[in-house]
Design a protein around this ligand. Structure first.
Ligand code: PLP
Length: 419
């Protein structure tokens, strides 16, 4: 029996079938303890943007650790790596003059953004603005705030009362957001949380005009627009932030994952001047929020080295190339009877949707998808809708695009044969 309580796992099934131990990674590939090689179709959990085995990140962390592994950044303390990282992220941010609040991951960033948003309204004298609006299909991590903001019903169940004053709107309709803000009363709404491309909820790109429309609705009603760029940040849609692509200029951006490509855990909240100014104003007092590892020196060094790789290797332009290439390579899968849809074409993000009717008709089908992928050398998982996740490293080569598409084609044939 394992002592490792796996996240997002049916532990009875894990105990029964055993674990798969991943022991090595290089580029777009990983290896398990039995020597099986897989294409990493998901960049682990959407994070390994630069690919595995980057020794320059390892070296940067080692150098930093020799000087100083980490030290508290509470109150007036800082360190050179963290100061440099905050400057760099602020420079890359799609909103001029931003400030950067560092966290330990995406859920931390969402929790922090929630507190920053509600406290912002208190500070500027509108304490009634407390309501948070989430979208159907949304995933914002698993802390209490993120769980409360989930638009995936199964993720909300079983925990008793979560955050109060949270309202859900459809994922794809501007007018219902406007109506919701009006119905609640704009003087009561603090913030709208929005993934530019919905990720764990099934990979749904925004309908034409949607993001521009919801951004305008928030601007007109004063509601803070929070772009959750935990997946899309740091290159996955071909820009540093997806917010640039749609000219969103968010009030807050939450990010994590690609900021270090997962070499060490890190998250950030990027705050526009509108938001940070009241917190920094004389008399605002202490913002009593922060984490032990906020501004961790070795993690900051990993992030800086990771950003160097993204820049030097032109991974943003590679992401723009891969966007079309991946969509073209995956589209033929939609002809298979078991596949109802291939969602692709915005960023290095795609989902191969297993037909919901087939999933409904055969309760064993969903559980057979991932094992079939692994048999054909593809490491991935299924998302909330029963779609196969595709979000490889941005360093994926053209040959690896073919390896991915042909592997998934064999998976679909295999599943078809097993019906
Ligand atoms: N927000 C989004 C859009 C995510 O996809 C995730 C994780 O996948 C999170 C927040 C939570 O990030 P973490 O798992 O690092 O806490």
């Amino acid at each position: 029996m394992t002592r490792f309580w796996h996240p997002f796992a049916d532990m009875a099934a894990v105990q029964n079938a055993g674990e798969v131990s991943i022991v090595r990674g290089q580029g777009s590939h990983i290896w398990d303890a039995d020597g099986n090689r897989y294409l990493d179709a998901t960049a682990s959990l959407w994070y390994c943007n630069v690919g595995h085995g980057r020794t320059e990140i390892v070296d940067a962390v080692t150098r930093q650790m020799r000087d100083l592994e980490a030290y508290s950044t509470f109150q007036d303390l800082t360190n050179p790596a963290t100061a440099a990282l905050a400057e760099r992220v602020a420079d890359l941010a799609p909103v001029p003059g931003s400030s950067v609040f560092l966290t330990s991951g995406g859920s931390d960033s969402i929790d922090s953004a929630t507190k920053i948003a509600r406290r912002y309204w208190q500070l500027i004298g509108e304490p009634d603005r407390q309501v948070l609006i989430r979208r159907e299909r949304a995933y914002h991590g698993m802390h209490t705030a993120g769980t409360s903001l989930s638009g995936i019903p199964a993720n909300l169940e079983g925990y008793g009362g979560l955050l109060q004053d949270v309202v859900e709107v459809p994922w794809n309709d501007v007018e219902t957001l406007r109506a919701a803000i009006e119905g609640i009363g704009e003087g009561r709404v603090a913030a709208f949380f929005c993934e530019p491309v919905i990720g764990a909820g099934g990979v749904y790109a925004p309908p034409q005009g949607y993001l521009e429309g919801v951004r305008a609705a928030c601007r007109e009603t004063g509601v803070l627009f929070i772009a959750d760029e935990v997946i899309t940040g740091f290159g996955r849609t071909g820009e540093w932030f997806a917010s640039e692509r749609w000219a969103l200029e968010p009030d807050l951006i939450t990010c994590a994952k690609g900021i270090t490509s997962g070499y060490l855990p890190l998250g950030a909240v990027i705050a526009a001047p509108r938001v940070w100014e009241p917190f920094f104003a004389p008399g605002a007092g202490m913002f009593r929020h922060g984490y032990t590892y906020t501004g961790h020196a070795a993690v900051s060094a990993a992030a800086l080295a990771n950003l160097d790789v993204i820049e030097r290797e032109g991974l943003l332009s590679r992401a723009r190339e891969l966007e079309g290439r991946l969509a073209t390579a995956l589209k033929p899968l939609a002809d298979a009877p078991l596949v109802s849809e291939v969602r692709a074409g915005v960023g290095v993000l795609a989902a191969v949707q297993i037909d919901p009717e087939a999933l409904g008709a055969d309760p064993t089908l969903l559980a057979r998808v991932v094992p079939a992928c692994r048999r054909h050398g593809i490491m991935t998982r299924t998302l909330a809708t029963g779609a196969i996740q595709v979000s490889p490293p941005l360093s994926l080569s053209d040959d690896e695009v073919d390896e991915l598409a042909s592997g998934l084609a064999r998976v679909v044939e295999d599943l078809e044969a097993g019906r």
